[in-house]
Design a binder for this molecule. Structure first.
Ligand SMILES: Nc1ncnc2c1ncn2[C@@H]1O[C@H](COP(=O)(O)OP(=O)(O)OP(=O)(O)O)[C@@H](O)[C@H]1O
Length: 203
């Protein structure tokens, strides 16, 4: 029982502030997420949503405060992170191998984002929305406990938005944690709705 509990993902953001350039972007931000939680982050352009995801991913360092997490993470942001010259399938396989993900997980991710018919074409042939779906499939295939998704709905048609909703609900239901930065209100039930004002303060 105790070892199972120890493996549950968690995220503690404690009184975090971060300076970017000469500007304080986030201030006094505290959030706690547990297995099964979806956190929806909203706020105006430049308020710090991407900054927060990159801090959690460990790609940026806090100026003050602390972030502690348990669990493997995968980030989908504006960087595609897929080799444009590889086929969709090979590009996803590259990451799945790095993540130690199974063939089944990779195929399930392709199916979840309706990419099977595009699996054999090079990534650079994909349309904007198709590229977005491939980037989301990379996160789905990773088997990561904590998904960090920056504007994942941008560029997706309504069917793909529904597929993404389903994937997020599924990850949370399976005991994961999902952070979504988005401009639109949540289309699914979320445990925590985090609105940042223009100073990066939770309101
Ligand atoms: N490398 C950097 N150096 C200095 N300032 C930066 C850097 N990257 C981002 N910023 C600034 O940090 C602030 C927060 O940016 P961030 O990308 O987190 O905003 P956001 O809420 O995700 O915005 P959007 O809704 O436009 O995606 C912005 O004012 C931005 O100009």
């Amino acid at each position: 029982m105790s070892s199972r509990q120890a493996s549950l993902p968690s995220l503690h953001i404690d009184n975090v502030a971060v300076m970017r350039g000469n500007r304080m972007v986030l201030r006094g931000l505290s959030v706690t997420a547990r297995a099964g939680d979806v956190i929806w982050i909203r706020g105006a352009n430049g308020c710090g949503k991407s900054t927060l995801l990159r801090l959690v991913a460990g790609l940026l360092t806090v100026t003050s405060g602390k972030i502690h997490s348990e669990g493997r993470m995968a980030l989908a942001d504006e960087n595609l992170a897929l080799d444009a010259n590889m086929t969709v399938e090979d590009a996803l396989r590259f990451w799945a191998d790095m993540d130690g993900a199974s063939t089944e997980a990779r195929e399930a991710a392709l199916a979840a984002m309706d990419l099977q018919e595009l699996a054999h074409i090079p990534v650079h042939f994909l349309s904007t929305g198709q590229r977005k779906r491939a980037s989301i499939a990379r996160v789905l295939a990773s088997g990561a406990d904590i998904w960090l998704m920056d504007e994942p709905y941008n560029g997706l048609d309504s069917a793909s938005c529904a597929r993404l909703d389903e994937a997020i609900i599924g990850r949370a239901a399976a005991g994961g944690i999902v952070l979504v930065a988005a401009h639109q209100p949540p289309s699914i039930n979320v445990a925590i709705s985090l609105s940042l004002d223009s100073q990066g303060v939770a309101i």
